[in-house]
Design a protein around this ligand. Structure first.
Ligand code: XIL
Length: 335
């Protein structure tokens, strides 16, 4: 063990000692950049499509025939994963965003929406079979105040369960498990890192699901974080909150970790590195945390660049140089 530690030169190697996976969100077109491809294939043991497995790109045409789907991009990702002995994670089946226009503009009845979603989940899970080890079945179904978000799948018009609270979420998990019992099935959300109204609501749902044997295996903490997390009270809250989810017997995946900061000044970047180190240390103290996954590789391609005051969030800078955050994550994994 000491030897493997001393020899760890990548995040993937450092994490493996703890039976921990490290992942990243991939956009296949960036693989044409040699640095991107090299880092992707060596530093990580898991990948997930940043977009390619969402409803709109994967199911662009109406109906439920083979021609309704577009598996070309996801299959490229899968091939890359297999070539580099990585696992692929699926994201996401039921979400209010990035739904294909044919669904959004179709004026379907709840009966039709039910059929569409069932067919979608069934076809996608069967396509990947055992090749995708975990799926975000439902993404972002709650509002910050803990109420259910109004969405096309829930109540606009919904799949026929609009008056039954979390029943439509339960239905999605049941369909996923029926289609393919092999992948681990996750509920994934943002803003549930700390104790609070939103995490309370998600916890209550998952406690209910577990008690009735609804097939849910894990909770995904997106963790798009920032310096708001960086005080002892919030860090303690993160740790306690993760614990109450793992106490339900759930696996925890950190699914979309990044940390937008106001600027790229050396002091800011140093503070970012320290906070990354603290987060990884907390994850390592909870054995239910099996994956730490970053929402991209380089600051040059991060989705955060679209928001004001929130770039510089990842472990490599726009020139593919390792940032202090990389060193801090590595040190926290190796400790
Ligand atoms: C983002 C992608 O990074 C962008 O490229 C895309 O334009 C919009 O979606 N929560 C999620 C992710 O679950 O799917 C989102 O990804 C970021 C927030």
């Amino acid at each position: 063990m000491l030897l493997s530690l001393l020899l760890a030169t990548t995040l993937r190697q450092a994490a493996a000692r703890d039976h921990l996976d490290v992942g990243f969100a991939i956009t296949p077109s960036f693989l044409s950049e040699p640095e991107y491809a090299q880092i992707a294939g060596t530093e990580f043991s898991v990948l997930e499509a940043e977009n390619a497995t969402k409803f709109e790109p994967i199911h662009p045409r109406p109906g439920n025939q083979p021609g309704s789907y577009d598996f070309a991009e996801p299959d490229k990702i899968l091939a890359f994963a297999e070539a580099h002995h990585m696992k692929m994670r699926g994201h996401t089946l039921v979400w209010h965003s990035q739904i294909a226009p044919w669904v959004r503009r179709g004026n379907y009845t709840p009966e039709q929406m039910n059929e569409i979603l069932h067919g979608h989940i069934d076809a996608v899970l069967k396509h990947f079979g055992r090749k995708v080890f975990a799926w975000d079945v439902v993404n972002e179904a709650f509002e910050d105040n803990g109420s259910l978000r109004s969405t096309p799948w829930f109540n606009r018009p919904g799949i026929g369960l609009a008056d039954q609270g979390t029943k439509y979420i339960e239905q999605a998990f049941r369909w996923a498990h029926e289609a393919n019992p092999s992948p681990k099935l996750f509920y994934n959300d943002y803003g549930i890192e700390l104790l609070g109204k939103k995490s309370d609501a998600v916890l209550a749902m998952l406690r209910d699901f577990r008690s009735r044997h609804v097939p849910v295996d894990g909770i995904g903490f997106q963790m798009h974080v920032g310096f708001w997390l960086d005080n002892p009270g919030n860090l303690a809250s993160l740790e306690q909150n993760m614990k109450r989810f793992s106490d339900l017997g759930l696996i925890i995946h950190v699914t979309e970790l990044d940390m937008g900061v106001p600027n790229g000044d050396p002091d800011t970047i140093k503070r970012q590195a320290e906070l990354y180190g603290k987060i990884v240390a907390i994850c390592r103290r909870n054995p239910a945390v099996k994956l730490i996954q970053f929402w991209g590789i380089t600051d040059g391609h991060s989705w955060l660049n679209r928001g004001a005051n929130s770039g510089h969030g990842l472990l490599w800078d726009e020139n593919y140089q390792r940032k202090p955050a990389y060193q801090a994550v590595m040190a926290a994994l190796a400790r």
